[in-house]
Design a protein around this ligand. Structure first.
Ligand code: PLP
Length: 221
């Protein structure tokens, strides 16, 4: 068995069925993705639109592509024909552009709103109030080619397990508060290679895992 297949098997046997595994293939070559594909995996996440689009062009068309990185409004057009889920939406302006591009391609594009749960200033995301405002704004109802299906969050980069747990807990609590009013919210994307078990214990329904599948990334190439 190849290491990628082995890693996927290990993860799939430890992740409950109600949790979707997004294999984060950023910086990895198409051969690595093909290997995971051959092992039966179909859901992949990338954080750069151009890189994802090149890979989409090359690889089998039944792959579900997730954009997990920060999205620049002017690049939405490149992924609008095929992207399945955009994880890190952080403004109404971006939602309007996704709607516009979705309309052009006759597609309704699923999105998650990113709540900022980490301490670091470098992490993107919205406040709880901003998310409430977006979900209840009259404008959102005009955006017929956008479907907000859940929330996403990234915990602080820290070894402090209690802090990570409380950040995930905060996201889950907020999500649970929203669901009765906004039943279209069905996805809670939280958890990466280092913290996915903690995230699942806190209620995650979608984990984004890269290095535990494909090995460490080397950004020097
Ligand atoms: C890179 C990345 C991941 C995966 O990180 P690993 O630690 O390799 O599992 C998950 N989510 C986002 C938003 C990322 O950018």
């Amino acid at each position: 068995m190849t290491p990628i297949k082995e890693n996927l098997n290990t993860l799939n046997s430890s992740i409950p069925n109600h949790v979707t595994l997004v294999a984060v293939s950023k910086t990895k070559p198409v051969t690595a993705i093909q290997e995971a594909y051959n092992a039966g995996h179909r859901v992949f996440g990338e954080n750069k639109i151009q890189e994802m689009t090149t890979k989409w062009e090359t690889l089998p068309k039944d792959i579900s592509w997730h954009m997990i990185g920060h999205v620049q409004t002017n690049k939405v057009k490149y992924m609008a024909p095929y992207v399945d889920l955009i994880h890190a939406v952080d403004s109404l302006k971006l939602l309007k552009e996704i709607h516009k591009q979705g309309q052009k391609h006759d597609r309704t594009i699923s999105c998650l709103l990113q709540l900022k749960i980490a301490q670091e200033d470098s992490k993107h995301g919205l406040t709880e109030n901003q998310i409430n405002d977006i979900l209840s704004s009259p404008e959102i109802r005009e955006l017929s080619h956008v479907r907000i299906v859940g929330l996403m969050g990234m915990a602080s980069f820290t070894a402090d397990q209690d802090q990570i747990k409380s950040e995930f807990g905060r996201l889950k609590t907020f999500y649970d508060q929203l669901v009765p009013d906004f039943p279209q919210l069905q996805t809670l994307s939280m958890g990466m290679s280092g913290d996915y078990a903690l995230a699942i214990a806190q209620g995650s329904t979608m984990v984004r895992i890269g290095s535990a599948i494909f090995g460490a990334r080397n950004y020097n190439h």
